[in-house]
Design a protein. Structure first.
Lengths: 398, 330
């Protein structure tokens, strides 16, 4: 603590010197002359952080295994960051040169973060669709003649097996295969839930906007009450009830979960759809369509829906993220997607304890971190794309 | 002033009405459970007589509406009934009376959760507002982009991912903080702080990101207004423009965001408490969900909902109070 304070103070002195040196060297150029002390300090802080990162990376490559183990994760994180940046950059160049005119134009104005998001989403879709081909074993397959709890890393001396690069779990299933199938299950279920939530919330929201009156009042008050209960808590409560009903009715608990989360999330969609719909309903072209004698279905799907696509699409991305994280949290707490389906949240819960062995054998800690990281990566990617889409549609330049 | 008072009273009344309806929803939802508690307590050794006796003891033989009002009346006096998990081996063997009451189970854990939320808020709120002001001041610079990148990443990561990352770096690789928060009653404050620092840091990461982005957006939103332009033209320094001119007017949305995030804190602790085995109300809730200890689930749910509604209500009222146009009507 003392050292840290001394370091910060020393940096303050250095910042002063840095600014002064800059002023002298550039002959009081406006940039250095008007630089506030805070900015100079910020530059030096950033420089110190960069130097520390480089130092940590070198440590991670050190021949002494004890030191290398300690900085293993930092090294992987730095390498991953650089790899993804380069991949996103190449992907954007690819997008600018391949494809139709529209996609090319889209890629031209795309920031690197959004390109990264699009790339990651495409990769996840690919893995989810071809999980059965990519995974070496089945998701629930207990492999014969192979012990449980093989160490990840494939290093025989450490108790690994090169056939199972991420090892096997507590009952002898291949973790890599389960990770790959997780893309299918976790992402697929989250996607289905979001679609149901949108069908439900969107339809009811547009109905409330078109009809108004008592229907609007009843629906809106119901939604108010449902939104007053924190969503994760409500989902947990309802899942308790579903877990009792599911075996009696013979319906898998996962279906209940999809329905419960879809209903809880549709309230948020309803709010947006109703607000957007109300703005559209008062337009003259709706009046014209009504006078033409068009039916309710035509009004909702041919007149309102096309004009509400942009905000609803951005909301779809955000909702998907939210649903995805809720499902992952529920699974992590043990009431979400049920075994034998492979799922990332459940994997983190089952393998999480291995993080404590990271000091001696860093590879043992990778499976839970990979599963949790897979969840985080997709959520981050979707958020980056949505952020960009919102920025574009709002026309903000600042 | 009368105008504001009516608005606030209206909001308060609406809040209590919502809470009442929410309690009905929770009660009805729980009573959708098939079978009954008496049977689940007794398990296989249930005879019709003993089932009937326990049902009478717990008041399960009365109609739904009566039970609801009994429960609500009890809850208002702080009596949430008796826990089934404890009841099965304490109350009905006659060894200890009242040891299994839900209120007794919840009270210390509720205090623990509030402590965690308070520690988190004490770190997160100043940090977030400071970062938000800085990001607004140096918008579109490298600093702004980097914070945008990191906050967006930490908002979209699941809490348990951040928790495990922090455990990995701060508890396992560099043993600075304990990774398990085993807190007990009567622990000295310093030790207690140290043990709950890691869960608090995890929550801080999630909450700060959100608050910081909203602070930045609120301030930038104001920077386009004419009076800011005026302040800039008369030569006020950029920092002063933001702190003296923009921040007071951005206070309403910022307070709103802080209150909403505190509401999130009280409910979002569930996952974090489970990761760190922190003995708070969230962990109790998850455990009761697993054991189907219905009275505890019901009570926790009601407490969470009440906290959530109360904080949202506070946000509402604070934003009314911080609006001078409402405080001094023409």
């Amino acid at each position: 603590m003392m050292w840290f304070a001394a370091f910060l103070l020393g940096l303050a002195a250095l910042a002063f010197a840095f600014r002064f040196a800059g002023q002298v060297a550039t002959g009081r150029a406006p940039y250095f002359r008007d630089m506030t002390f805070g900015v100079a300090y910020g530059y030096l802080l950033a420089a110190a952080a960069l130097i520390w990162l480089v130092w940590a990376y070198v440590q991670g490559r050190s021949p002494d295994p004890l030191v290398a183990n300690k900085f293993f994760f930092l090294r992987v994180a730095i390498e991953g960051f650089i790899f993804f940046t380069i991949a996103a950059w190449l992907f954007r160049i690819l997008g600018r040169n391949v494809g139709t005119k529209q996609t090319k134009r889209l890629f031209r104005s795309m920031p690197l973060t959004a390109a990264f998001g699009v790339m990651i989403i495409l990769v996840y879709i690919f893995v989810a669709v071809f999980a059965g081909v990519l995974a070496p074993y089945g998701q629930a397959e207990i492999i014969r003649g192979v012990p449980a709890n093989i160490m990840p890393g494939g290093n025989v001396a450490m108790g690994g097996n090169p056939d199972f690069p991420l090892g096997t779990d507590q009952i002898g299933r291949d973790i890599l295969s389960r990770l790959i199938y997780g893309a299918q299950n976790t992402v697929g279920i989250a996607f289905a839930t979001t679609v149901i939530a949108f069908l439900l919330g969107g339809t009811l929201g547009f109905l409330a906007a078109t009809f108004g009156g008592w229907l609007d009042q009843v629906l809106s008050r119901m939604v108010d009450v449902l939104m007053a209960i924190p969503s994760l808590i409500f989902a947990l409560l309802l899942m308790t009830i579903a877990s009792v009903w599911a075996p009696r009715l013979g319906i898998p608990q996962t279906y209940f979960m999809i329905l419960i989360i879809a209903v809880i999330d549709s309230t948020r969609v309803y709010r947006l759809a109703r607000a957007v719909g109300q703005n559209i309903v008062v337009m003259d072209y709706i009046e014209a369509a009504k006078l033409r004698g068009e039916g309710l279905g035509y009004l909702m799907f041919k007149e309102i829906l096309p004009n509400a696509t942009a905000p609803l699409l951005a909301e779809f991305g955000l909702r998907f993220c939210f649903v995805f994280l809720t499902i992952a949290s529920l699974s992590f707490l043990g009431v979400g997607i049920q075994p034998p389906l492979a799922d990332w949240g459940t994997m983190v819960r089952d393998l999480g304890g291995f993080v404590n062995f990271a000091q001696f054998a860093p590879m043992t800690a990778t499976p839970p971190l990979l599963a949790a990281g897979a969840i985080a990566l997709l959520a981050v990617a979707v958020n980056f794309v949505v952020d960009w889409a919102l920025h574009r549609s709002s026309g903000l330049k600042d | 002033m009368g105008n504001v008072l009516t608005i606030i009273l209206q909001r308060l009344a609406l809040g209590f009405l919502t809470l009442l309806i929410v309690s009905v929803v929770i009660f009805v939802a729980v009573n959708l459970l098939p079978g009954d508690f008496a049977q689940s307590i007794l398990g296989q050794g249930a005879t019709p007589e003993s089932v009937a006796a326990i049902r009478r003891d717990l008041g399960l033989d009365q109609p739904l509406v009566t039970r609801y009002f009994n429960w609500l009346g009890g809850a208002l006096q702080g009596d949430f009934g008796s826990s089934f998990a404890q009841a099965s081996f304490a109350n009905f063997t006659g060894s200890a009376s009242g040891s299994g009451s839900v209120a007794q189970q919840i009270a210390p854990r509720f205090a623990n959760t509030m402590f965690l939320a308070a520690v988190t808020a004490a770190i997160a709120v100043p940090f977030a507002v400071f970062l938000g002001v800085l990001a607004a001041l140096y918008r579109n610079s490298i600093f702004d982009r980097a914070t945008n990148f990191f906050t967006l990443s930490s908002i979209s990561s699941p809490e348990f991912f951040l928790a495990y990352i922090l455990i990995l770096f701060l508890a396992v690789l560099n043993p600075i903080l304990p990774s398990v928060s085993n807190i007990y009653n009567g622990m000295p404050l310093g030790e207690r702080l140290e043990k709950s620092l890691l869960p608090a840091l995890t929550l801080t990461l999630v909450v700060t990101a959100h608050m910081m982005r909203m602070t930045r957006a609120a301030i930038i939103n104001l920077l386009a207004s004419p009076y800011i332009e005026m302040a800039r033209l008369k030569g006020v320094s950029p920092m002063r423009v933001i702190v003296r001119h923009a921040l007071p007017n951005a206070l309403a949305p910022i307070i709103n965001v802080i209150a909403i995030n505190l509401a999130y804190l009280i409910t979002g602790v569930v996952v974090v408490e489970v990761v760190f085995v922190y003995p708070g109300i969230g962990q109790l809730f998850v455990d009761s969900v697993k054991f189907r200890d219905i009275p505890v689930v019901q009570a926790c749910c009601l407490i969470f909902a009440a906290a959530y509604i109360l904080l949202n209500l506070t946000a509402d009222i604070m934003s009314i109070l911080s609006n001078p146009r409402l405080r001094h009507p023409k």
